[in-house]
Design a protein around this ligand. Structure first.
Ligand SMILES: [Zn+2]
Length: 282
């Protein structure tokens, strides 16, 4: 192997200063986004991040009626499974960057959480929030409006009413009040149930009372306060929870071959690898 010459070492020492002036090859800027990726990422995934990212950005800005003043960073981080066996999940980091992970060799699974995480990134510099149950519900409702693919967690290509309804029908649902009051303990630990039931609830609220009412709740400070449900939707949270449950049970029972499809969702989709909480867990 050729030994590095003194000149080469000087060049290396100077390299960081030089690259600060020129965009790195692992970074691309679009109108509203800064896409970053790990080495080895296929170029078409970067193209998809740019095109899907801008598409979601435009729809989210329209729905929320506002957009951040800065470009949102979207980072393609590589496989979810880390060398130590740990599994990483998509999230917005403390700098407001969207970190995405891939779950399949094609890498297209990167984008199943992009719309949801982008809502969090839009609200990164937001005013105070009353609770994370609301922030997650808002992100889920908006994601359902702007991305109708239902690919990836938590739907895995099954319809919302089927996925959420089967928890209730099998007596495995977690009460919304528990999810709201104990978000930290239940959200990730019981994510198979929390992400689907909460999505269905906010989807129902948006469709019944208007998405703009949920967006109005989001713009209050703090956002998502318990009294705002009654103030803006005209019903107390507990009443809305009962209404939604009735709606979901009825919708679920109207799905043809629901039990066969629900069995398939539970035993054949990746949800089979995600733990399901029982009442003893919360
Ligand atoms: Zn979220």
């Amino acid at each position: 192997m050729k030994r590095p010459t003194l000149l080469a070492l000087v060049c290396c020492l100077l390299a960081p200063a030089a690259s600060a002036q020129q965009p790195s090859e692992l970074e691309r800027e679009t109108e509203h986004l800064k896409i970053l990726w790990v080495e080895g990422t296929r170029p078409e995934l970067v193209d998809t991040a740019a095109s899907e990212g801008e598409r979601f950005y435009a729809s989210i800005a329209q729905l929320l009626g506002e957009a951040p003043e800065f470009k949102i960073a979207v980072v393609l981080q590589g496989p979810s499974e880390q060398p130590n066996g740990e599994r990483k999940a998509p999230h917005v980091d403390p700098f407001g960057r969207i970190l995405l992970y891939s779950y399949d060799p094609s890498g297209y699974s990167y984008f199943s959480a992009l719309a949801h995480e982008m809502v969090h990134a839009f609200r990164f510099a937001r005013r105070r929030t009353a609770d994370w149950f609301f922030e997650e519900g808002l992100a889920e409702m908006v994601a359902l409006r702007v991305d109708d693919s239902l690919a990836g967690f938590p739907w895995f290509d099954y319809p919302v009413d089927l996925v959420a309804g089967q928890w209730i029908e099998r007596g495995e649902d977690i009460p919304l009040q528990v999810m709201r009051e104990r978000h930290r303990e239940t959200n990730m630990a019981c994510r198979a149930q929390t992400y689907t039931l909460r999505s269905s609830f906010f989807d129902y609220l948006g469709r019944t009372y208007g998405d703009s009412v949920i967006v109005a709740m989001a713009s209050r400070e703090p956002a998502g306060a318990l009294e705002d449900y009654e103030d803006l939707l005209g019903e107390e949270f507990d009443t809305l929870a009962v209404e939604w449950r009735q709606f979901l049970v009825e919708s679920y029972r109207n799905i043809p071959d629901r039990e066969v499809k629900a069995d398939r969702f539970r035993t054949e989709s990746p949800i089979q690898y995600i733990p399901v909480c029982g009442a003893e867990d919360y």
